[in-house]
Structures are given as structure tokens and as C-alpha cells.
Unconditional design. Sequence first.
Length: 152
Amino acid sequence: MLSVRAPKGSAAPWPSLTVRSARWHQSVLLLGFEEWTDRNTAETARGILLEVTLTESDVPEDPDEFYEHQVVGLVVRNLEGVEIGTVTGLVQGAAQDLLQVKAADGRPTLVPFVQALVPEVDVAGGFVVVADRPGLVSPFPDDGPEGSAEQG
């Protein structure tokens, strides 16, 4: 059951919706609801905001699984404990998930969310550890004073 918050001016008549079906399509979650019997009804819901309240029983049982809201905002540290960025999102992938990270220098990066590259996630402590290497979160070292070899 999801709570519905309708935008101003919307005539959406549902205080809540019951999920009938769910499936992923190209990294987008598609939901079907019991209250919507046809496409025209679904069109009247354009712009609504769906909210879910999680309880203790909704937390993943596997300690290596996380919801996006649990990791967004966590500090990213390298293996030495140096802060190198912040988690800004989680991309659901077919083979593996990816952490979206804003590097310390402002660049957006993607880190495969696998044990070898992300050996520690401490939600309570507010950080994740990334086994960083040049080009992953940290930039590649410059080749020269202007980032390229001298020309002669």
C-alpha cells in the first residue's frame, strides 16, 4: 500500500494505492495498481507523488543489501580513510548496481557496488569505503604540466 500525495490542482481521487504488479524495464520500475483498471484512469494520476513508510520489518534481511535512501548522502572514504566524495544515488543494473558518487573535486562518477570495490558500508557511521584507484573516483594523474605530453 502506497500513500498518494496529489499535486495542486490535481483531481486524483485516491488517498492510497495497492500495488498489483511490479517489474523493471530498462532501469525504470513499472508498477500496476489495483485501483487503476485502464490506461485512461492511469493518465489521471499524472504528477502524483507516491510515498511508502518503512518499518523495521521492511529493512533488508541480508546485511549486504541496502535501499537507495540508506546510502545516499554517505561519505565516501578510500582504504586509508581519506574522504574522497559523497554518494548521490544508486543505479540499478542488470549485472550489478552502481553507486553514483560526487567526487571531492565535484566530478560525477560511478562505482560498481561490489565487495571488491566497496568492502565496507557503515550506514550508522555515515560512510562507505571504496577501494579507489585512478579513474574510479580519484582522477587520473596528469601526464604533464597541462595534462598532455609536450609537443616539439
